[in-house]
Design a protein around this ligand. Structure first.
Ligand code: C2O
Ligand code: CU
Ligand code: CU
Length: 421
């Protein structure tokens, strides 16, 4: 975890080797290290400078996924840093407590650079987050869990080009926080897990092997209004969720694990008897809602997602750096309607993401979203055939990307630009 010193956070993209497999050096990328990155902890209303530096031998950008930041600091494909270059990104934190992340976004190389290890987390705290009694001791009862799948070759190296799949590169090896076969030791208490699906393309469904429910407390960009009981939760690439697992009620002699929908163990827990906090989490966490006015707004932007592989498109076109697809006024709320048009094969789910904003899901196929999607979002899973309405407001000006967060789809042009004036 790093925090601003005199308002400054140094973040350097680097290349090196990391020991993922015992005794083997795997070539990788990372921020402030050779693989993945730190957690940057910042506070609402704080003025911060991210001092970014590119120590890679190729151009990169620093994109803050989920952060409401002026377009020129957003780190999209326009803000390329050549090797050796340093740049300051100044902004004031203007959104509530949340778990965001950051990753590169250079045109044509986003997917490969993320695959090699460029990804980190941003925690935003605010006054509310300190009052609602959540587990918040990092590494004790508050853990980040970054899920990424990778394919290693016989030499235990990541050769992205060799395994690239135009519909999303997947791998047979799960890494959590960059670690192979991790275990998590927890106390007999309520534990907060901050889940990020940082994969290029794979979706994850999480549940507990003993059938216990857990409580979801946050979406991508903030707390739900109340802790929401869940049996399982699915995250598409780019999405986050915070959940509370209550280990105080679990038997420490049985094996508890986080599993996927096929019952495969993703993360085993080891429950330790240790002095643990027993505080009760507040029942009211936030004050989020879609207003009547927002429900009645007309659709002013329509987006049709279509295609597969290299033929993916939004409204029939592919990304062009020199084309602005939409404009929107700063501070105005508009309804974006996202339609995932099926193809002859049925089609696939596209995780739709907008930069520089947290939006509200107004409806999914005309119906209210489920309780656990009633919170701030920046990435939403749009299944084939679905139509999702979003209330979108930008608090800053500039050019922002919107795209499918299957990184190979993004790379293949399933991306557009909105200019906020
Ligand atoms: Cu995770 Cu264009 O972003
Ligand atoms: Cu983003
Ligand atoms: Cu897609």
């Amino acid at each position: 975890i790093i925090e601003p010193k005199n308002g400054i956070v140094d973040i350097t993209a680097q290349q090196g080797t990391t020991e993922i497999f015992k005794g083997t050096k795997t070539e990788s990328y990372g921020y402030n290290g050779s693989f993945l990155g730190p957690i940057i902890r910042i506070h609402k209303d704080q003025t911060v400078t991210f001092r970014t530096k590119n120590d890679l031998s190729e151009p990169t950008t620093f994109h803050w996924h989920g952060l409401e930041i002026p377009g020129n600091g957003d780190g999209g494909p326009h803000q390329v840093l050549e090797p050796g270059v340093t740049e300051d990104v100044n902004f004031t934190v203007n959104q509530g407590a949340s778990t965001l992340w950051f990753h590169p976004h250079p045109e044509g190389a986003t997917a490969e650079q993320v695959y090699k290890g460029l990804a980190g987390l941003i925690y935003i705290d605010d006054e509310n987050s300190q009052k609602i009694n959540l587990p918040n001791e990092y590494g004790v009862n508050d853990f980040p869990l970054v899920f990424q799948d990778r394919q290693f070759n016989e030499e235990k190296q990541l050769n992205y080009q060799a395994v690239l799949n135009e519909d999303g590169t997947i791998g047979d090896t799960l890494l959590i926080n960059g670690t192979l076969n991790p275990k998590l030791t927890v106390g007999k208490e309520k534990v907060r897990l901050r889940l990020l699906n940082g994969s290029n393309a794979r979706n994850y469904t999480f549940k507990l092997n003993n059938g216990a429910t857990f409580q979801q407390i946050a979406t991508d960009g903030g707390f739900l209004n109340q802790p929401t009981d869940m049996n399982e939760i699915t995250l598409t690439p780019g999405e986050r969720a915070e959940v509370i697992v209550d280990f105080s009620k679990m038997d420490d002699k049985t094996d508890i694990a986080l599993i996927n929908e096929e019952g495969i163990t993703l993360l085993p827990f080891k429950i330790e008897q240790k002095a643990a906090s027993t505080s009760n989490i507040a029942q009211k966490l936030n004050d989020f809602g879609v207003t009547e006015e927002e429900k009645n707004l007309p659709v002013t932007k329509k987006l049709e997602l279509f295609g597969m592989g290299t033929m993916v498109s939004i409204n029939g076109s592919q990304f062009d750096m020199n084309r602005i697809d939409f404009t929107q006024k700063q501070g105005d709320t508009e309804i974006w309607e996202i339609y995932n048009k099926p193809d002859m094969m049925g089609g696939m789910t596209h995780p739709f993401h907008i930069h520089g904003t947290q939006f509200k899901i107004v409806s999914i196929d005309g119906k209210e979203p489920p309780l656990n999607l009633k919170g701030w979002k920046d990435t939403v899973s749009v299944e084939a055939g679905q139509t999702i309405k979003l209330a979108v407001k930008f608090n800053n000006k500039g050019i922002y990307m919107f795209h499918c967060h299957v990184l190979e789809h993004e790379e293949n042009g399933m991306m557009g630009q909105v200019e906020v004036k």
